[in-house]
Design a protein around this ligand. Structure first.
Ligand code: NAD
Ligand code: MG
Length: 375
């Protein structure tokens, strides 16, 4: 029995992690979870999985929950996230959204915990600190993001020194067939309509702006210790090849499957072994796989991410914070789609980089660049 804890259990990755547990009751049990504000979903999760510890975002929700479920321990707020992250479990799945996951992830790492990492913003904001921490405390980080799970699987048993390039595939998002001119008038509803994947709102917008691929390039840099020059991206509209690794003998390995995040989640939970899973890809049904080069003029955000990675220091954290801020504004109907780019670009341009920032410096700037000020 593997004991699993989840930060962000009511979200897209969180509920799919629960699906994997539900289908494999003999292998996994749920220990501790955090949720945000979705208390109705939480009630159902508690009734079904009976976790020992539950953290909610707001203290006010704790009182009534305590009366309803008196054998569950409740906690709340930022400390609640840390309580869940450090709770005694075999693996922590970080399915929480945004850089709010950074501190709890670091606390879990300090306990030498195995992390199934979905929360990519944590690695973008503070990848150097997270990875050196993981090394120091001997904590294993297993990627849940489908591209990184693919690369992780392709690298199984390989020597990293023989890797030439990581090739990260991108579906192209909701607006892959629109020109920049057409992007001026797109709506939130259009943006949230992803052609291949059903995901949370923020990452669906990030896919449409291509920032998601940018975040993933930085994520890959930290997870696999590769330079920006050796991480390439490719538009692959079918989302069947989840990513590839090119080796020094010119062999290219790919991981292939249907667009089901549960494959990557399950692999993170069972690594280094595999267990059976439903919903297979019928390879005989596949007729064509398409590849197109990434267009860095059309998708400015991926260029910003490569720039941020090369500049280093506080810049990736600033880019991430500005993006989280701008996407939230877009989802609240306060700005247009293309203004997301404008905000990220102007906040990056006005920032003076600090080299080798410590955690407090990153947390300070993360907060500052999510505030309303001239943009
Ligand atoms: P989501 O919005 O569906 O879920 C986020 C979860 O985090 C929810 O449970 C929410 O309540 C909780 N949460 C958000 N803000 C919080 C806060 N301030 N305090 C406490 N809890 C909070 O998001 P998602 O799509 O599941 O994505 C989660 C993470 O996984 C993101 O970092 C995303 O980039 C990454 N990811 C998602 C997918 C996917 O298919 N959805 C794929 C790859 C990577
Ligand atoms: Mg991904």
């Amino acid at each position: 029995m593997k004991r699993v804890s989840i930060l962000g259990a009511t979200g897209s990755i969180g509920t799919q992690t629960l699906d994997v547990i539900r289908l494999n009751r003999d292998k996994f049990m749920l220990e501790a979870i955090s949720v945000g504000e979705n208390i109705d979903s939480l009630r159902k999760i508690i009734a079904e999985f009976n976790p020992k510890l539950v953290s909610v975002k707001h203290e006010k929700d704790v009182k009534k929950l305590k009366d309803e479920f008196n054998d569950v321990l409740f906690t709340s707020g930022d400390n609640g996230l840390i309580d869940v992250a450090t709770y005694d479990a075999d693996i922590l799945v970080t399915a929480i959204l945004g850089s709010v996951g950074l501190v709890p992830t670091l606390r879990a790492i300090e306990q030498g915990k195995k992390i199934g990492l979905a929360n990519k913003e944590t690695l973008v904001a503070a990848g150097d600190i997270v990875m050196s921490h993981a090394k120091k405390y001997n904590a294993e980080i297993i990627p849940v993001d489908s591209e990184h799970s693919a690369i992780f699987q392709c690298l199984n048993g390989e020597d990293l020194k023989t890797v030439k390039t990581l090739i990260i595939t991108a579906s192209g998002g909701s607006f892959r067939d629109l020109t920049r001119d057409e992007l001026k008038s797109v709506t939130k509803k259009d943006a949230l309509n992803h052609p291949n994947w059903s995901m949370g709102q923020k990452i669906t917008i990030d896919s449409a702006t291509m920032m998601n691929k940018g975040l993933e390039v930085i994520e890959a840099h930290h997870l696999f210790n590769m330079n920006a020059e050796n991480i390439k991206t490719l538009i692959h509209r079918e989302s069947i090849i989840h990513s590839m690794v090119e080796f020094n003998d010119n062999s290219i390995m790919a991981q292939i499957g249907n667009s089901d995040m549960r494959t990557a989640i399950q692999y993170a939970l069972t690594y280094p072994t595999r267990i059976e899973k439903n919903n297979p890809l019928d390879i005989h049904e596949l007729s064509t796989l398409n590849f197109e080069p990434m267009d860095f003029n059309r998708f400015k955000m991926i260029q910003f991410a490569y720039d941020a990675l090369k500049i280093g220091g506080t810049m990736p954290a600033i880019m991430n914070a500005a993006n989280e801020y701008a996407v939230e504004k877009f989802l609240n109907d306060e700005i247009t789609f293309l203004e997301i780019e404008d905000i990220v670009e102007s906040r990056m341009n006005e920032h003076t980089v600090i080299e080798h920032p410590d955690l407090d410096t990153i947390l300070y700037y993360d907060k500052l660049y999510k505030e309303d000020w001239r943009s």
